[in-house]
Design a protein around this ligand. Structure first.
Ligand code: GDD
Ligand code: MG
Length: 351
């Protein structure tokens, strides 16, 4: 069995972070994001190949995952010449498939029994099975209504407030029969959410809903990207290095923490990080490889990517700092600032 990971979007809502780092490989702590999805795929030994459906900066993604390595499954890269949308990309990647395929949106972090989803698809002899998750506000997602028998009744992408009739949304995981893919036009931009799923309902195909109650988040905005880190640190989603060690301060043995530094859990400090005397690393901070946090600087509830420097007495709170940035002395960044790679913030600036 094969899996297609849709990972070709431009990641516009995560800009400027995604200017040099496409969304599928933005780090969650010290691991490029798609590793978390590959871990999920590995739950199902029957899946022997992962097709990464790419368009935006494909070479950078290939450089991270290669052929998938010894732990498998094998990874194959399919790069669209132009973006074909979510359904067009599936059609383009699935050209030779003769068996059902599992499709993932390449930006969801979730706890799910994938084998159970596949089993339900087979039991119900479905044309398509879709995983749903309950959320407080469906407006940023695809709203999906289903009946008591687990059949999808309605699919409405990005509903306006007056169109919201339930709290279940498309979690971005599907099992699709190859015969249904013939209905997606070739080499034409086509949306699985706006065209393909509504067409299944119209035709009366067996379109099954699998409601999952496990953890779920789409990491595609700065707020959700930060939230995913907090949730892992709090143990709401189990992942290394916080699995079984929720709420702890994870400090790499290869980090250099000077005397007189305050480190408040939960937080993550990667290898090569240097934290100088008098600095404060507050709760929910994430410091990427080789960052320097200088004397009396404060980082709190912020994510700082690799190789950045936070100079003396600077403050970075509830913000995201890209790679190779320099935050000058006494500068303050607070509440939702997102800096792209190589940003320079002048001493005493306030953002
Ligand atoms: N190959 C390829 N080509 N991939 C694409 C393309 C494309 O043209 N467009 C989008 N993708 C990939 C993105 O990289 C992402 O992994 C996935 O498809 C979904 O695209 P997003 O842009 O993140 O969509 P969304 O978050 O607004 O909405 C989708 O996800 C929600 C759940 O997170 C929809 O599927 C919603 O219905 C769903 O609720
Ligand atoms: Mg998304």
């Amino acid at each position: 069995m094969k899996t297609i990971l849709l990972a070709g979007g431009k990641g516009t809502r995560l800009r400027p972070l995604t200017i040099h780092t496409p969304k599928p490989i933005v780090p969650i702590f010290d691991r490029p994001f798609l590793h978390y999805q590959l871990d999920l795929v590995r739950q199902v030994p029957e899946i022997d190949e992962v097709i990464l459906s790419l368009n935006y900066q494909p070479r950078r993604i290939e450089a991270v995952f290669g052929d998938g390595g010894e732990r498998g499954p094998a990874i194959r890269y399919v790069v669209e010449p132009t973006p074909l949308g979510t359904a067009g990309a599936i059609r383009y990647s699935a050209e030779s498939l003769r068996e059902p395929v599992v499709v993932f949106n390449g930006d969801v972090l979730t706890e799910i029994d994938l084998a159970a989803v596949i089993a339900r698809h087979r039991e119900r002899k479905a044309a398509a099975t879709i995983v749903l998750t309950p959320v407080a506000n469906p407006s940023a997602y695809g709203l999906v209504e289903s009946d008591a028998n687990g059949n999808v009744q309605r699919f409405l992408e990005k509903p306006s407030p007056d169109e919201i009739t339930c709290n279940t949304i498309n979690a971005g995981i599907y099992v699709l029969e190859p015969r249904t893919l013939d209905r997606i036009p070739k080499d034409t931009p086509w949306s699985i959410e706006r065209s393909f799923f509504p067409s299944l309902i119209e035709r009366g195909d067996t379109f099954v809903a699998y409601v999952n109650q496990g953890y779920w988040i789409d990491i595609g905005t700065p707020e959700k990207y930060m939230q995913a880190h907090c949730d892992i640190m709090d143990g709401r989603y189990q992942a290394a290095p916080f699995a079984g060690a929720a709420s702890s301060a994870h400090v790499s043995p290869q980090a250099r923490i000077e005397d007189g530094v305050s480190i408040e859990p939960p937080c993550f400090i990667d290898s090569g990080v240097v934290v100088k005397a008098g600095a404060r690393i507050g709760p929910y901070s994430v410091l990427g490889r080789d960052c320097h946090i200088e004397e009396q600087a404060t980082v709190e509830g912020a994510i700082v990517w690799a190789d950045s420097r936070i100079a003396q007495q600077a403050v970075v709170r509830r913000s995201i700092v890209g790679r190779h940035c320099h935050i000058g002395r006494n500068a303050t960044l607070e509440d939702g600032i997102v800096l792209g790679d190589k940003s320079v913030v002048t001493d005493y600036s306030r953002l």
